[in-house]
Design a protein around this ligand. Structure first.
Ligand code: PRP
Length: 211
């Protein structure tokens, strides 16, 4: 008898894309929609169990073994430094983490005030550059910070660039290219190796099929 694999999926925009890819890989579940009210859903063949969590929580479920597998953005993985295996780049949710602000904002002397949802990534980036910063941790609408004078720059996700453009801000430095990754709990990877490899291969195949 094979064990069920528990898979943590990220709610929101990325989750919709992941649900579609799972369907294309033949691992879908009836009603596997990101807005579904059911907390746990079984795959049609009963071998997989999916549940939706906040994107930033996926690595926590996987690292602690509450989920065997998960799908998480590289931004979230880098921020948390989660102790998990990264199995596959799903190529979904492509965007980049950038330093942004008004033109010339990095040229000013002294301590740089940086607003971000990603304090660890921001701290590492500026530490590597030898720049002293003051991190202001926010939870959303980061672009407002330099506009209102709360910070000099932001470290945030840029996808189309529209938000920056509409707020007269610009990319000043690239920090990290981002896409969604299939991640695995380290113990589960050993004990459920065959099943995890099968999921990995099916997703890889669906991606190669041009999705
Ligand atoms: C993200 C990010 C930017 C925006 C970038 O915000 O923080 O604000 O998307 O996308 P764009 O380059 O295509 O304009 P999100 O929508 O996740 O909301 P948030 O304000 O809660 O961070």
């Amino acid at each position: 008898m094979t064990d069920t694999l528990d898979i943590a999926l990220p709610k929101g925009r990325l989750g919709e894309k992941v649900a579609r890819l799972l369907g294309e890989a033949g691992m879908g579940a009836a009603d596997l929609r990101e807005d579904s009210r059911a907390l746990v859903l079984e795959s049609d063949d009963g071998t997989l169990r999916f549940f939706w969590v906040k994107p930033a929580d996926v690595p926590i479920y996987v690292e602690r073994g509450a989920a065997d597998l998960g799908v998480a953005g590289r931004d979230v993985l880098a921020e948390l430094g989660a102790d998990v295996y990264e199995l596959l780049d799903l190529g979904l949710g492509r965007c980049r983490m950038c330093v942004a602000g008004p033109g010339g904002a990095l040229e000013r002397d002294g301590v740089l005030r940086v607003a971000t949802k990603f304090p660890n990534i921001a701290a590492r980036h500026f530490q590597n550059k030898g720049r002293v910063i003051d991190i202001i941790k926010l939870n959303g609408s980061i672009e407002l910070a330099p506009i209102l004078g709360l910070s000099d720059v932001i470290v945030d996700i840029v996808e189309t660039g529209t938000t920056l453009r509409e707020n007269n801000l610009q990319v000043l430095e690239d920090v990290l290219p981002i896409s969604a990754r299939l991640i695995a709990n380290k113990a589960a990877f050993r004990f459920k190796y065959a099943q995890i490899k099968a999921v990995n291969a099916a997703l890889g195949g669906a991606l190669q099929g041009g999705n």
